[in-house]
Design a protein around this ligand. Sequence first.
Ligand SMILES: [Zn+2]
Length: 204
Amino acid sequence: MGVRRVREGFSLVELLSALGIVAALMAILMPVYLNTRRAAIRTVCISNLRQIGIAVRMYREDYQELPPYLSAIHTYLGDGRVFVCPADALQGQHAVADTLGDSLRLEGNFYLPTGVSYTYVPNWGIARLLGWWQAGPPYGEGKWGELTPLSECHWHWAKQFHPRWQTDRITGARGWVLILTLNGAVRRIRAETPPEAFSPELYH
Ligand SMILES: [Zn+2]
């Protein structure tokens, strides 16, 4: 009788071994899954930024200057989804933060109801202060010409909008910022790079 009872189910040791194997598999596979997912999200974002870069080029050809805000180019894109990064928890529905002259750095849904996840660097007060861009529009040529940052995605490291992104070391910025440059290329820099230390040589 006693032997039969043991055979009816798992012994505690067997159960713990099975759980241990499942836990080990999870530990091995979860990071792979998360990395794959993050890479897929980044690919969509880079594609969005490239399309925005092409649309900005078309706008510049038509008007001989940069757009006054990012979504002013939406007529060249036909699809508002291009302005939304899948890593952005609020999907572009950000409130405009009217601090430090950064009111339109991240326009959110101020102009386009479908929202904007990406910043517009020419409207960033600190970028103007450091001479990256003139006050505009028009914004001039950009400090590094075609390599000057035009738009950024912060959602691959930041969880919420903070008007002092990159300047407020207290937030413990850590990770990569995707940057669209004026020539339409998408590059990345470390989020912890202070704006005053920025140079196109830091692009990866
Ligand atoms: Zn993104």
